[in-house]
Design a protein around this ligand. Structure first.
Ligand code: FMN
Length: 147
């Protein structure tokens, strides 16, 4: 069975909830899913996975969350060729750099040689019905790449 690994950073719970939605949707596609908060894992844990997913919020003026910076730096140095990746996250459209951390991780995975399996999903604060549909579609697309 293919393994999907989801790693997330979340301060107030929105991204954690988004990661949980993706996890459930991937399980429904028949994948084995491991989900961890970013301080509990190292980037090279992605080497065991077939599908690599990052969930991140965005902080001050488009910064990465402090908790996920180390993982970001490690990720860029890995060789993830042959892996499928996707990135999701929460931000706030009030800010100019809406969900820019999602784009940063998109570039980091590409730099590591992984293949993008689905367009990133950016959520304004907490996921609502339409976001949940987008996240489920995201998961389906990722799963279709390893079947
Ligand atoms: N969201 C953005 O999209 N871009 C930003 O630059 C940004 N800066 C923020 C700065 C501060 C001080 C705070 C409190 C929030 C900021 N946000 C920004 C919004 C958070 O990303 C948003 O609240 C998100 O839902 C938090 O996710 P979490 O619940 O998983 O922690």
């Amino acid at each position: 069975m293919a393994l999907a690994k989801i790693v997330y950073a979340s301060l107030t719970g929105n991204t954690e909830e988004i990661a949980d939605i993706v996890a459930e949707a991937l399980e429904n596609e028949g994948l084995e899913v491991e989900i961890n908060e970013c301080t509990q894992v190292d980037a090279d844990d992605f080497l065991e996975a077939d599908i690599c997913v990052i969930g991140t919020y965005t902080y001050d003026e488009g910064s990465l969350p402090d908790d996920i910076v180390d993982l970001y730096e490690e990720l860029k140095e890995l060789d993830l060729s042959g892996k499928i990746y996707g990135v999701v996250g929460s931000g706030d459209t009030f800010y100019e750099m809406f969900c820019s951390a999602v784009d940063d991780f998109d570039k980091a995975f590409a730099q590591a040689g992984a293949t993008k399996g689905a367009e990133s999903v950016k959520v304004d604060l907490a996921a609502e019905e339409e976001d949940i549909e987008n996240l489920e579609k995201f998961a389906k697309e990722l799963a279709s790449k390893v079947k």
